[in-house]
Design a protein around this ligand. Structure first.
Ligand SMILES: *Cc1c(COP(=O)(O)O)cnc(C)c1O
Length: 749
């Protein structure tokens, strides 16, 4: 459903090896290429990490010569644009097609029709049962193709974005007789399907239009896959041998019943053959274990919008439950695994039942899904469960966004790391080389100065480039615990106010985050950050020591500017909640040090750099579980810790004229009897301890650069190229179209 692409111009010039040539040519006409880049709008067709992962994978697939097509929706409006007005988030429409559509190629020769609503009837004809879907609303799906280039490669990934429109001839008669509304109604009802991206990250809303979007996407995409297959093969029988269909979370889970429908109703397969083809073609990546994010649709909604799909899911489930009974599985377990539960259709269970492979996105997360949400499935089908740790497009996130560092790395170890990031390990030879360490510090300082200029020009904020840059950028969510970061900042703030002559390392805390429109708590935290920032701007001597900046409208481009200038990467989710994280990897490869919990891919980062090169704190996932079982009482921690009491008092007093008593109560009193549901207070002391360790380490510039170097050197395994090789080898059984040519990605001259 999501591809968070960001901009394409720089990536395409880079991949073609043309950036410097174009820069020179433009100079002749008095244009600066960097100014041209800033004109392009971000393609924000995704909420956060899940969509960005898909975009990074398109890059790696092309670079690694794997043939791939991504499918999504050509949303007229991507993720909303965030404005901060009176310290609050306001959502504005994201108008991206004005410059974003230049990368899209409409393919009106490749339309498909999608049926929604109506009713289903069955009739015996020619000795077999035929299914008729009648009185449906028919929507046209028109593909718009975006070519995603690979680095120095002939491979191109295609991203096929479907636009919805009414499939009927405009009712001219009604129109001329004055019934304009009637004539245009079907138009609007169809077009609304591809109008806007739902802005919820890690949260399910269960809205009918969202279900229409999901079905529209999978039906059009599967029809396209089948048509392409039948161009080269006489039947669909060998589909699983030559195609792999991967669903990115459960949003496209209707691909399972829809492929069954196409095979049975349109191509005449019997159930068992259709199931074998479907099941061997589809694989599923799980992205979350949090209950509020697991998609559950109301059964009556599926029944009325997708009557045929509803009956197919029923039959899939009936056969699955029967098989479990025959295997002697206990009824309670079967009930847990069933797709239907009371009035609800559980999409994660459908995804597991219909897929030959199920993976999590980090070692920790893949283990947790086997032990918790999918434990019963795991006991039945252990061989289906695997892990593929996420990765990032390191050419975008290092080579393109941090040219100084990338150029320096190339000058000492050569450029082959650009196509094979494991070569970054060669940097370890320079671990004790003073000139290399000095140069790393110098580059970080230059990036900070450049970023401060960019910030001043784009927002007017005055950022001290000589302060330590400590960054937390990600969707705003309780489990990610931006609030814990804020508690720490309030503590530091109070310390300086109480003792203005205190000698501290000046630091700037930077946040970037969008909150889903209806997510009250998240929006309040955004206000709190902005109010603290506003308060600090009023006090120059405070600002010199401790500053807070909120990046408005955080998106891919903002991340590309900020990450190369950051020194601390805040990855402080409650253990067990963040499936992987990918911004942790982007920071690591740019030499920032992680201040983080033992969660998601932080665990693997910690294992690769060693405990001396990372600042780890907090409860483990097991300890979190144990505490909840034995009872977690935030009010006890509050009562016993005077520092926390002071912070909570300051929340109640407020900042910049606004009090945050609601957030204070959230931490201590709770709503629905649960105070501090993501355990900020439980991890507070250890977080402060880790922050102090980091603060002490920062005083030794040489040692800091050394830690930074180790992080860069060890970041190679977090390249999306490696993730894609894992998927290709272990799940898709896919071969490269051509072997990789071993040479540097981009020639130096
Ligand atoms: C990488 C990225 C994310 C994911 O960040 P996490 O910290 O891993 O959640 C979200 N949004 C954007 C714009 C990104 O570039």
């Amino acid at each position: 459903m999501e591809f968070l692409l960001g901009r394409s111009l720089k990536n395409n010039l880079y991949n073609l090896g043309l950036e410097e040539n174009v820069r020179e040519v433009l100079k002749g006409w008095k244009f600066n290429l960097d100014d041209i880049y800033e004109i392009e709008s971000d393609a924000g067709l995704g909420n956060g990490g899940l969509g960005r992962l898909a975009a990074c994978f398109m890059d790696s697939l092309a670079t690694e010569n794997y043939p791939a097509m991504g499918f999504s929706i050509r949303y007229d409006y991507g993720l909303f644009k965030q404005k901060i007005v009176d310290n609050q988030q306001v959502e504005l429409p994201d108008i991206w097609l004005d410059s974003g559509d230049i990368w899209m190629m409409p393919r009106s020769d490749k339309n498909f029709k999608i049926k929604l609503g109506g009713s289903v009837s069955e009739r015996w004809e020619d000795g077999r049962l035929k299914v008729y879907h009648e009185n449906a609303n028919i929507v046209d799906a028109t593909p718009y193709d975006v070519m995603v280039s690979g680095a120095d490669s002939e491979g191109v990934s295609v991203l096929r974005l479907w636009k919805a429109s009414a499939s009927y001839v405009f009712d001219m008669k009604a129109f001329t007789q004055g019934s304009y509304m009637h004539a245009t109604r079907a138009d609007n009802e169809a077009e609304i399907i591809s109008k806007v991206l739902y802005p919820s990250d890690d949260h399910d809303q269960g809205k009918q239009l969202r279900l229409s979007q999901q079905y529209f996407l999978v039906s059009a995409s599967l029809q396209s896959i089948i048509k392409d297959h039948l161009k080269n093969h006489p039947s669909l029988r060998n589909l699983p041998d030559v195609a792999a269909i991967h669903i990115n979370d459960t949003h496209p889970a209707l691909a399972i019943p829809e492929l069954m429908r196409l095979l049975i109703d349109e191509y005449g397969f019997n159930w068992d053959d259709a199931w074998s083809i479907t099941h061997r073609s589809i694989a599923y990546t799980n992205h979350t274990v949090m209950a509020e994010a697991l998609e559950k649709w109301n059964e009556p909604l599926i029944y009325s919008l997708l009557p045929r799909i509803h009956s197919l899911i029923k039959e899939i489930n009936r056969r699955f439950c029967l098989e479990m009974e025959n295997r002697g599985v206990e009824q309670e377990k079967i009930d847990n695994m069933s797709i239907f539960s009371r009035n609800l259709v559980k999409m994660a269970n459908l995804s597991v039942i219909g897929s030959h492979s199920i993976n999590g996105v980090s070692e920790l997360h893949s283990n947790i899904i086997k032990e918790s949400v999918f434990h019963d499935f795991y006991t039945v089908y252990p061989e289906r469960f695997t892990n593929v740790t996420n990765g990032i497009a390191h050419r975008r996130w290092l080579c393109q966004s941090n040219p100084k560092l990338s150029g320096f790395i190339g000058s000492i170890i050569g450029d082959d790391y650009k196509k094979d990031a494991s070569n970054l390990e060669k940097l370890l030879t320079f671990k004790n080389d003073k000139t290399v360490l000095d140069e790393l510090n110098k580059i970080k300082q230059q990036n900070k100065i450049e970023y401060a200029k960019y910030v001043k020009n784009t927002s007017g904020f005055i950022l001290n480039p000589y302060s330590r840059i400590d960054t937390q950028i990600k969707r705003l969510h309780e489990y990610k615990r931006q609030l814990l970061n804020v508690l720490k900042i309030i503590k530091l703030y109070k310390e300086i106010l109480d003792n203005p002559s205190k000698n501290v390392t000046p630091q700037t805390f930077i946040f970037g985050a969008k909150a889903a429109g209806g997510y009250y708590h998240a929006k309040r935290v955004i206000s709190l950050i902005n109010c603290i920032s506003a308060e600090i701007q009023k006090n120059k001597s405070l600002k010199d020591k401790l500053d807070v900046m909120f990046v408005e409208n955080y998106n891919v481009t903002k991340a590309e500017h900020l990450i190369p200038a950051s020194e601390i990467s805040e990855q402080i989710s409650l253990a067990g909640k963040e499936a992987s994280g990918t911004s942790n990897m982007k920071f690591m490869i740019n030499g920032a040090l992680t201040l983080g919990t033992i969660d998601g891919a932080n665990v693997e980062i910690m294992e690769s750099v060693g405990n001396d090169n990372i600042f780890i704190f907090g409860l483990t996932a097991d300890e979190v579980e144990k505490q909840w079982r034995s009872g977690y009482y935030a009010s006890n921690i509050f009562a016993a810790n005077p520092e926390i009491r002071d912070i909570v008092d300051l929340l109640k007093t407020g900042f910049a004229g606004e009090n945050f008593t609601d957030l204070a109560n959230y931490l201590v009193l709770g709503s629905h009897n649960i105070a501090d549901p993501f355990m900020c207070l439980a991890d507070y002391n250890d977080y402060i301890r880790a922050h102090n360790d980091m603060d002490a380490a920062y005083k030794n510039k040489q040692q800091w650069a050394q830690m930074s170097l180790v992080n860069i050197a060890k970041s190679g395994i977090f390249a999306a190229d490696r993730s894609i090789r894992d998927y290709a080898n272990n799940i898709w059984n896919m071969k490269r179209l051509k072997p990789l040519v071993k040479k540097a990605a981009v020639k130096k001259d």
